[in-house]
Design a protein around this ligand. Structure first.
Ligand SMILES: [Zn+2]
Length: 245
């Protein structure tokens, strides 16, 4: 059986895994005054069972700490034993592979808190969609953020391909094709700053793709269990700006 399913599937195995996680939390003294193991399990079985708005606030607060260079003290060993048996991330980030964009740092989060999918140009492909479906259906993620960034080389290259009709080597044409819809929407607007607009339009296009992705994500959105939002990370300031989509 898939290792992932044994820790987070909605099954007896999941309950056992959750129990082990709770035991770990209890051992770490994180369950406070909970009197019985049953009460502890009921309260702590899914720490990420929070409204999407609260998940978004955590990201915003974390980014504010990061941009102000005042991150939390991270104790990477705390909770390690509990994480071995289960994970409860509260948000997924679909970000670019750019080395200057590091979601866990940009949102000041530790291990087990973010479910991150990365690909140059932060677009939705089949494998990325499957990963996010797993995150929502099995891990119970309440929030997905598509995170573009300033000075994105993948977007810039795609603009050149579309405008100058050049062909890139290797497997890059496949990536460029995936990015074209958002970029063509930006070109049609004839903006002053085409790169910045294309970065935003690419985020909007992929937010809508995820919201409409049936059967799993679209249903979770309709049921108000999931929110899909967009943002752009400014490499120069470290700040993430929300993108309405
Ligand atoms: Zn990029």
């Amino acid at each position: 059986m898939c290792e992932l399913c044994t820790t987070n599937g909605l099954s007896r195995r999941h309950l056992l895994g959750g129990g082990m996680a709770v035991a770990g939390l209890a051992a770490a003294g994180l369950l406070g005054g909970l009197a019985t193991p049953t009460a502890a399990l009921a309260q702590a079985a899914r720490p990420n069972d929070i409204p999407p708005a609260e998940a978004l606030k955590r990201l915003k607060d974390g980014n504010a700490r990061y941009a102000a260079n005042k991150p939390r003290q991270h104790d990477f060993s705390a909770g390690r034993a509990a994480r071995a048996s289960a994970q409860y991330p509260f948000a997924a980030i679909l970000s670019c592979a750019d080395s200057r964009v590091a979601p866990e740092l940009a949102f000041d989060q530790g291990p087990g808190e973010l479910f991150v999918c990365r690909v140059a140009g932060n677009f939705v492909n089949e494998d990325g969609l499957a990963s996010l479906e797993y995150g929502v259906q099995v891990l119970g993620l309440p929030l997905i953020m598509v995170l573009g960034h300033t000075n994105c080389g993948a977007i810039d290259a795609t603009i050149k391909v579309v405008k100058d009709n050049i062909t890139l080597p290797g497997h890059l044409p496949g990536l460029v094709n995936a990015l074209k819809p958002g970029i063509e929407a930006a070109i049609a607007k004839q903006p002053k700053d085409l790169l910045a607009t294309a970065i935003e339009e690419n985020v909007r296009f992929n937010v809508r793709r995820l919201r409409d992705a049936s059967p799993i994500l679209s249903k979770a959105v309709a049921d108000k269990k999931l929110q899909v939002v967009g943002g752009v990370y400014d490499i120069g300031t470290g700040k993430v700006t929300a993108i309405e989509a």
